[in-house]
Design a protein around this ligand. Structure first.
Ligand SMILES: C[S@@+](CC[C@H](N)C(=O)[O-])C[C@H]1O[C@@H](n2cnc3c(N)ncnc32)[C@H](O)[C@@H]1O
Length: 246
């Protein structure tokens, strides 16, 4: 093609492409907003609660996927709490195979192996785009049964948690998270469960079962409901810690 025409085509193409893509971009944003606005609401309410509660500690999200909620936590709390670190725990391989209680009678609440897979590199790229301060960001990569259990040294430098956002869908994934939380939460800390009402809202399945067992294992530990977000999520605050706890 004539180089002048080619240059003209390049100039025209860009604004046209931008106009065309703007529709697609807006549509994606709408879908994302519809899917995540209830979580954004939960995060914003938690931030408001924390201001009055004066709880020190980190924001820890167990199950981060692409980091959409995590980035909103940063946007909402990063400036309000300058000492808060943002810790992302994930396999970065998606869900493990639902098994045992999580697949009783073949029912898995629509969860399946490798669902929500997002690589560590892609997560970090998303955080860069969301302008999360790398000095306040930490990732803990691996299966919770490996990274949160085992030697007492596996603290990952976290000893006080202000907000635990537990979004790992399955009973088996939630159990090690809760044991990790026990010595790190304090009276007033927030513990939020994104999947509280998954598994047909049954108390002997999923996160409800894991929490029931956690409370039974730790006399003195008490939770009080603070708010719900969407049909699925429930946020609690810690109303009592086991004797000798934080
Ligand atoms: C629903 S996604 C999290 C969504 C994210 N919190 C958000 O709002 O954008 C669930 C995540 O939990 C992680 N996950 C579930 N079970 C896990 C386990 N046992 N160990 C490590 N990661 C796990 C998955 O890799 C996945 O990224």
């Amino acid at each position: 093609m004539n180089p002048y025409l080619k240059e003209l085509a390049r100039i025209v193409r860009h604004p046209v492409q931008r106009l065309l893509l703007r529709g697609v971009y807006n549509r994606i944003r709408d879908i994302e907003y519809r899917e995540f606005n209830r979580r954004y609401y939960g995060i914003e309410q938690v931030a408001e609660y924390l201001v009055g509660a004066q709880i020190e500690g980190d924001y820890c999200e167990f199950g981060v996927w692409q980091g959409t909620t995590f980035a909103h936590a940063w946007r909402t709390m990063g400036t309000l709490f300058p000492a808060m670190r943002f810790v992302a725990y994930d396999s970065f391989e998606g869900l493990p195979e639902p098994a045992g209680i999580d697949a009783r009678d073949g029912y898995t609440s629509h969860f399946y192996r490798a669902q929500f897979a997002c690589s560590h590199a892609d997560f970090i790229r998303n955080m860069r785009r969301a302008r999360v301060d790398p000095a306040r960001l930490k990732t803990v990569q691996g299966w919770f049964s490996d990274t949160l259990r085992g030697p007492a040294g596996a603290t990952h430098g976290v000893d006080r948690i202000a907000v635990a956002w537990v979004d790992c869908d399955l009973y088996e994934s939630t159990v090690p998270v809760l044991d990790y939380l026990t010595p790190r939460i304090t009276e007033g800390s927030v513990v939020a469960f994104d999947d509280w009402r998954c598994y047909r809202n049954l108390p002997d399945h999923g996160q409800q079962r894991a929490v029931g067992e956690w409370l039974a294992r730790n006399p003195g530990l008490q939770l009080r409901e603070l708010l719900s977000f969407g049909w699925n999520g429930v946020v609690f605050t810690v109303a009592g810690v086991p004797p000798g706890g934080s």
